[in-house]
Write a protein that binds this ligand. Structure first.
Ligand code: 13P
Ligand code: SF4
Length: 359
């Protein structure tokens, strides 16, 4: 749970940590902004100056003018995006530097470059636009920007794919095959228009004919938190609660998304819970800390986790504790900021700026 936190932070009580965080915030005042992703622990979210999904937080990071210290309670790729979008004198810190995203790690640059080389006879950058999910390392964002592509999040995936397919014949979508596939279906593409590039197989495991025909080539990556939900979970929850609404994140498999009552980004899920009338029963297929917080914020509605069996926790989001936050705020001067070096930063910025233009 803890990385190498000094003992005083490991052993401090929650009350003491809260006091220390409050004092440090007061001292740093407008020099500091704390960004907290919706999947963070509830006690960490309480200290967020801004709480949001990855799209909203990157917009908020980009809009910071006064803050010199941006503490990002989230995972590594989010802090990298914030660093890319902020000015040189602004430093971004990840309170627990071990918080990564296993899905982002599924698209290694060596594998991506091998696939891209192979795709050159199919049109390369003239005909194929890379579109990368926010959940990617800065290097893949840079590759995307350099090749005319853009970043998307679950909030603007349709807009991003439309942007790409208005300009080029094909999209190469990294790294979440489920988000890409679900978005393709939503836009009216059929299963025959989409293929999955399996980086563990020779030539992606695809024939030339499949690649010629495909409009969307999906990288074979997934989120282990969201792919745990099944169509059986949906059937079971409906059998038990006939009046339930099933709402899921588009990182879930298509068999789940296609039968849910609603599917959308983290923001969509948050808004759905807020707008639902009192007395609503909502089963949600996404990360458990968000679901628990929605249940806590809306006691007049019955909000619960879809499977009833698994605990869909993102262990990486969960890594950041109050202990880490207190340590970061009191010791940021000796911590290493998240810094994306040039030229990766400038190329990645191109892809993020294109993202911010697309709704
Ligand atoms: P959002 O883009 O909805 O914030 O989601 C990020 C993420 O990691 C979802 O698993
Ligand atoms: Fe990555 Fe999944 Fe965690 Fe999101 S929930 S940060 S995609 S592992």
């Amino acid at each position: 749970m803890f990385f190498n936190l000094p003992q005083e932070y490991r052993e401090a009580s929650a009350g003491e940590l809260r006091e220390r965080i409050t004092t440090a915030r007061r001292k740093l005042d407008r020099k500091l902004v704390i960004l907290a992703h919706h999947y963070q622990r509830i006690e960490v979210v309480e200290f967020g100056d801004h709480i949001g999904d990855s799209y909203a937080l990157s917009k908020i990071a980009a809009a910071q003018e006064e803050a010199e210290i941006i503490v990002f309670c989230g995972v590594h790729f989010m802090a990298e995006a914030a660093d890319i979008l902020t000015a040189g004198h602004q430093r971004v810190f990840l309170p627990n530097p071990l918080a990564g995203c296993p899905m982002a790690d599924m698209a290694e640059m060596a594998d991506v470059m091998e696939a891209w080389e192979y795709l050159q006879p199919f049109g390369g950058a003239d005909k194929i636009m890379p579109v990368s999910y926010m959940n990617t390392a800065a290097r893949l964002k840079a590759f995307t920007g350099k090749n005319g592509g853009l970043i998307c999040t679950s909030s603007n995936a349709v807009g991003a794919l439309k942007y790409a397919l208005d300009r080029r014949e094909k999209v190469f979508f990294f790294p979440d095959e489920n988000l890409g596939y679900n978005t393709g279906l939503k836009m009216g593409f059929g299963p025959e228009d989409m293929v999955v590039w399996d980086f563990t197989r020779d030539r992606g495991g695809l024939t030339e004919e499949q690649l010629e025909r495909a409009r969307i080539v999906l990288w074979k990556g997934h989120c282990h938190v969201h792919t745990n939900f099944t169509a059986e979970h949906v059937a079971e929850v409906r059998a038990k609660h006939p009046d339930v609404q099933v709402i899921v994140h588009p990182e879930c498999k298509a068999e789940v998304v296609s039968i849910a009552d609603g599917a959308g980004s983290t923001k969509y899920i948050v808004d759905y819970c807020e707008k639902a009338p009192a007395g609503s029963k909502i089963a949600i297929g996404t990360e458990i800390n968000l679901i628990n917080r929605m249940a806590h914020l809306h006691p007049d509605k019955t909000i619960f986790e879809l499977s009833g069996l698994t605990c869909p926790v993102c262990a990486n989001m969960y890594r950041t504790t109050l202990n880490d936050l207190a340590h970061c705020l009191e010791n940021y001067e000796s911590m290493k900021p998240i810094q994306v070096p040039e030229p990766i930063r400038s190329d990645a910025l191109l892809s993020l700026e294109r993202m911010l233009e697309v709704q």
